[in-house]
Design a protein around this ligand. Structure first.
Ligand code: FAQ
Length: 336
């Protein structure tokens, strides 16, 4: 039972039944207001992360060390924009518009992931982001392919496929650097030193301090807790660091035979909360760039809306037309 405070209505019973049967909640289904709010918060935060997450890597597109690396990085950054768009579309099915979501982000009323507030200081950071940040993102998102809200779960399936390509391209950069000159190896180690702890913090606060985990688990939004996912990520990543010949910057990291997992040191949660509150090294810069891009893009949104409106009017005036233009109409359109 997920809604214990009032006597259950038929709608609540149906919602609970869907969850119990591991079926998806769809936009047409009744859902408790708090479920809707939680979904909007999480999906929006996720969408904003994908969009803001373009900035640290976008910073290296002009400085990628070869044409091949540049083409791959551009494709990756474009993928992140696409993920943001699927996710905004999923959030819109809950009755909030993309404009509103952007306003909430720009005015600090919605969050994005802490990880994107750290600077990318060297090319090795692009390897470390793909390997660690995308690696952490997939660990969390594989779980979310089975989350209870249908549009979010379906968006996650496609996103995970692309994230796993991103993770591999990052790892491949790290392989190349660690097999290179001493200077390149040092760059790779330095990137791991700086990105390791923020990547572990990405999973959110420890379970004991997590505000939403208990309710989100009851609603099957989350199927694993922050600490369980963090452990999974550490267990997966330590052998990869060994393969690269890199040292994880944690003196307490040790295999625990009894638990069948790695033990690891304490995360600096004060640093995490400072970053979440807006005081990380790049928070101000990230939001300022986002707002600038949004304002600069106003004319594109206006032109697209005017074009859609003209298409709609034309289709409406077109008697029995199904609203789709023929190839010939499209040709005429382009010439005008
Ligand atoms: N950063 O009660 P919980 C990517 C907040 S995508 C900032 O545990 P919850 C792809 C949380 O909102 C990365 N804030 O929260 C990519 C809450 O505050 P509120 C993004 C955080 O929701 C790769 C408070 O702390 N992925 O990287 C963070 O149950 C490379 C208490 O926390 C997603 O968003 C944080 N790290 O669990 C793109 C996945 N953690 O709202 C470009 C979807 C927690 O009450 C390049 N999201 N907070 O004021 C989730 O799975 C969950 O929302 C968690 C947090 C697990 C992040």
């Amino acid at each position: 039972m997920t809604t214990t405070e009032q006597p259950p209505t038929d709608s609540m019973r149906r919602f609970d039944e869907l969850l119990r049967a591991d079926e998806k909640i769809e936009p047409r289904d009744w859902m408790p207001d708090e479920y809707r709010k939680t979904m909007i918060r999480q999906i929006a935060q996720h969408a904003h992360s994908e969009v803001i997450g373009q900035q640290p890597e976008g910073n290296w597109i002009t400085r990628a060390p070869s044409l091949r690396r540049k083409a791959i990085l551009m494709a990756k950054v474009q993928d992140e924009a696409g993920h943001g768009l699927y996710l905004y579309a999923a959030a819109e099915t809950l009755g909030i518009s993309r404009d509103e979501l952007n306003q909430l982000l720009h005015t600090g009323r919605q969050k994005y992931s802490s990880i994107f507030n750290y600077p990318t200081l060297s090319w090795a950071d692009i390897g470390a982001i793909g390997w660690l940040v995308d690696g952490a993102a997939i660990t969390n998102q594989v779980m979310l392919t089975r989350t209870s809200y249908g549009p979010y779960a379906r968006a996650m399936v496609r996103i995970c496929k692309e994230e796993s390509f991103h993770q591999r391209q990052g790892f491949e950069i790290m392989v190349t650097l660690t097999r290179g000159t001493d200077e390149q190896k040092a760059m790779a180690q330095d990137a791991l030193d700086r990105w390791w702890w923020p990547s572990l913090a990405m999973f959110g606060p420890p379970d004991a301090d997590s505000t939403h985990t208990e309710q989100s688990m009851a609603w099957k939004i989350k199927l694993e807790t922050n600490d369980e996912l963090r452990q999974k990520f550490v267990d997966m990543t330590v052998p990869q660091a060994d393969h690269l010949g890199l040292r994880i910057p944690d003196p307490d990291l040790v295999w625990n035979e009894e638990r069948g997992h790695y033990d690891f040191g304490e995360i600096d949660w004060d640093d995490f909360w400072q970053v979440v509150k807006g005081n990380g090294p790049c928070n101000r810069e990230r939001i300022a760039s986002k707002v600038r891009a949004w304002n600069d893009g106003a004319w594109v949104r206006e032109a697209a809306a005017a074009h859609a409106e003209r298409q709609r009017r034309r289709a409406a005036g077109n008697g029995g037309s199904n609203g789709r233009s023929s190839g010939r109409d499209r040709d005429t359109e382009v010439r005008r």
